[in-house]
Design a protein around this ligand. Structure first.
Ligand SMILES: Nc1nc2c(ncn2[C@@H]2O[C@H](COP(=O)(O)OP(=O)(O)O)[C@@H](O)[C@H]2O)c(=O)[nH]1
Ligand SMILES: [Mg+2]
Length: 205
């Protein structure tokens, strides 16, 4: 894989509700995943900007949709709130689901969804639910199997292989990318995929 640089990216805004989102034009790629799966770290590694998305050792802090713009203001990345954290009550969980479902369903500029999954335990129940939603709304999917540095070579292959097999069994089409921010693994591949999504000419309405 040749080296690919990512255009300069800056924080745009945070939104707690759907009526606070930036205008729905241009193109957008959203990141979602279980809390602590390495979502914010992935955004920082892909953009090459440390601290752009807040990373945390305490899961479940981000309850906002955080938007970033590339140097082309019509292109955005979104850090969606993580799921699967323990310390939220049922009401919060339902609010979260309503916001995310609405976002995925209505967002015209959304060109693709990146799902981060810890390669040591991918495809948890909520991950699978997310994959089915994306499939339902016909949103292209890209799976980052994160923290691959924590696995041996053999375990990496196994993690990739079992994920692929399970996706087949679930009839989910998604590209799977082994990924690590520390090693690093898969950063350029992820950049290429995301830029391809963002640069695709908008379809005529
Ligand atoms: N070893 C290792 N740790 C990682 C990697 N990516 C993230 N982490 C760590 O996992 C924790 C959660 O990461 P974060 O990006 O905040 O996860 P998020 O909650 O999904 O946004 C942090 O302590 C990160 O430093 C990785 O590729 N390798
Ligand atoms: Mg985060």
């Amino acid at each position: 894989m040749r080296t690919i640089s990512f255009p300069p990216t800056t924080f745009l805004k945070s939104a707690a509700k759907l009526n606070q989102l930036p205008p729905d034009n241009g193109s957008e790629v959203a990141f979602i995943g279980r809390s602590n799966s390495g979502k914010s770290s992935a955004i920082n590694a892909i953009t090459g900007i440390k601290g752009l998305a807040k990373t945390s050792k305490t899961p479940g802090r981000t309850q906002l949709l955080n938007f970033f713009t590339l140097d082309n203001p019509q292109q955005r990345l979104v850090d969606l709130p993580g799921y699967g954290f323990a310390r939220v009550d049922e009401q919060q969980k339902q609010d979260w689901e309503a916001v995310i479902a609405d976002y995925l369903q209505t967002r015209q500029s959304l060109k693709g969804l990146v799902i981060t999954m810890d390669s040591r335990h991918p495809l948890k129940t909520r991950d699978q639910a997310m994959l089915f939603w994306a499939k339902h709304y016909a949103i292209p999917l890209y799976i980052l199997l994160t923290k691959m540095d924590k696995l041996s070579n053999q375990e990496r292959l196994l993690s990739h292989k079992t994920t692929k097999k399970t996706l087949n069994e679930l009839s989910i089409q998604a590209e799977i990318q082994p990924f690590s921010v520390t090693k690093p693994i898969g950063i350029h591949e992820a950049r290429r995929m995301i830029l391809q999504w963002l640069n695709n000419k908008p379809t005529a309405n």
